[in-house]
Structures are given as structure tokens and as C-alpha cells.
Design a protein. Sequence first.
Lengths: 199, 199
Amino acid sequence: MYARSIAQLIEELGKLPGIGPKSAQRLAFHLLFQSKEEVKALIEAIVKAKEEVKYCSQCQNLTDINPCPICSDLNREKWLLCVVENPQDVAAMERIREYRGQYHVLHGVISPMDGVGPEDLKIRELLQRLSNQDIKEIIIATNPTVEGEATAMYLAKLIKPLGIKLTRIARGLPEGGDIDYVDQLTLVRALEGRREIDN
Amino acid sequence: MYARSIAQLIEELGKLPGIGPKSAQRLAFHLLFQSKEEVKALIEAIVKAKEEVKYCSQCQNLTDINPCPICSDLNREKWLLCVVENPQDVAAMERIREYRGQYHVLHGVISPMDGVGPEDLKIRELLQRLSNQDIKEIIIATNPTVEGEATAMYLAKLIKPLGIKLTRIARGLPEGGDIDYVDQLTLVRALEGRREIDN
């Protein structure tokens, strides 16, 4: 149907996550009709990111400076550590401008279905950090999914014996949520996590 | 929030059509965690397509061989020409395996709102073709949109004086459509285009 190199381009684009055959076709023609400069900018951004981006030796987040800006920020609390699944979660946490502690990025969750075990995550690096740094509280901020929950439990078992305060982010109704429409498990969690109202 | 080169990559990916900030972020991390070989394959596909793909000197479709395989196919009808908006439309027409004539790709439609005039389309090339080749029928297969319609009318005005039979693809209810749900204009077109039932 298409010229060989167009078909090849559509195929390669179709391998990207969330890009179906139709989107791949649309992207391919977009690239074909773009100026050489624009396409060059995209390719250079890919190449540069692939070359420069490494894991931060401390928090394991992706960074182009080691240690990363958050780990080397002297104004942040050194005793507080938030464990997240991936770099996007760090970005989400930073956007709320409420958290001033450190992070640790696991780069995934334990998921036997996908063949991901604890040894595939940055858990060894976390334990090493805990033995070197004076951490007083660890907030487990993996997602409230089956895998995120299992990973949180796994980490809790490892960390509890170290005598560090361990917390889990709260689950409950999202802001603007509706009790009538929310799923049952969320409602159960919201009840379990209820807090006394202060005057 | 992100390392500079990651932010740059997300920005470049976000310029692509249909890719919002969230998808751009997802694509960026996908590329960062992919093997060098996989990313190289994608980049090479882009570069190769940009280098090799040209307009076919006859139908103006995108091709890496000139004239394109359809134009040089001796088994196709030479007297029948289907005018379409873009290369994706040629692919869609070819998928139905019903049409055995030639194509002419306009690469757009007349759209004053977007600053696209007749001179921006491959209309000059179409007229040149009509004076060189012995075309007996032209099917105008631009989309049934305001712009597609306007472009069809514009082409009709140019081609009618040449004494070539001119047709327009039928409009009406799509297969599996519902008279109760279809928009009014489609229903009007379906009535206008009604055909006698043969026994």
C-alpha cells in the first residue's frame, strides 16, 4: 500500500506505547512533511537523552547530573525518604510543592505476572542507602494497585526490622469524588483511613 | 522537574500531532528505557523515509520509486482517474480492492481558513496530466467536508470544459448506520442520492 520506507517508518512508530496503527500512520506522514530541521531536532533530543541520562547514584532517579539536583539540594530534609515506582511519580510529587524530603525510585513494582521480582527493582540500592544515611521516616508511595500494594508490603518486611518509621500514603476518595460513584474498595479504604475531626 | 535532556525530549515529542504532555512523557521514558538498537531502528526509519520518499512525478503520491508502483502497473486502467486529498486516502482505496484505475493526490484541500489556496495543491500537475494522458473519467474523492466539497467544486469548474466525464463519490448512510442517529446533512444526502431498486 505504501512505499517500503514509509511502511517501515509506520511499523517502527507503531511499536511505541499507546501508538496504534492509525496514529503511527498519522505520525509518519507528519514527519515526512515536516522540515528537515524539525525532524533533526526530534532525533537529536532522542539521541542526547539516551546519551546523557543516567541513574542518580543516590535516589536512582533519571538524571543528567550525578547526584541529581534533588539529592544535592542542601535545603531539603535528609531524614525523610519517599519511595516511588518511577521518575514520573517524582515529577508528580514535586509538582504539589508540599514534599521537601528525599526520594528513592524503584523503577517498577514487584509483578510475578510480568516476570518482575524484587531483584529487578532498585531495592538493594535502597537498603544500602538506609545503612549509610540517617533516615528517620520512609513514606512508601507506590501506587494503590495490587502490585504497588505487594511491593509496599515486601518493603515493609525488609525495613521494619531496621527500626525506621514507615508510613504509606493515604487511600480514600479523590478530591471532588462522589461516594455514590466510587468503587467499593476505595470506599472501604476511605472508611478504614478515617480521621478524627479537629476543632 | 526532569533532567534537562529528558525535558527537551518530552517537549520535542509533544510537538507531534495527537501527542499530549502525558503521552509525550510516556514516550520519552519508553525511549529512555529501550535498548540502543531499538531506538536506532526508529531513528533510521525516520531518516531513511525522509531521504528516500519523494512525490511520484505522475500521481503525486509519496513513493520511493518514480513513477510509483501504481502508476507503472500495466494492468491498471489508464483511462480512469481518482482524485484524493492525501496518500492515506490512496491506501484506504487500495484496501477495498475494488478500484483498478489511476490516482491523483492533491496533498490537501482548499481551505482559506488555514491559508491553503488552489496553488498550494497539486492541481497544476493534475491539469498537465489531463492534457498529456487520455483520461475518460475522473472520480473526485475528496472528503465529504466543507473543504472537500469546495475543492471538488473548484476542480469541477476547471475540468468540465475539457469534456471529461466527472463523478463524485456517493454520500449517504454508512454501512451499519442508523437513520435515527445519523446527522441531518447525511440524511439529506442519502435522500438526494437515492437510487432505483433493480429487480
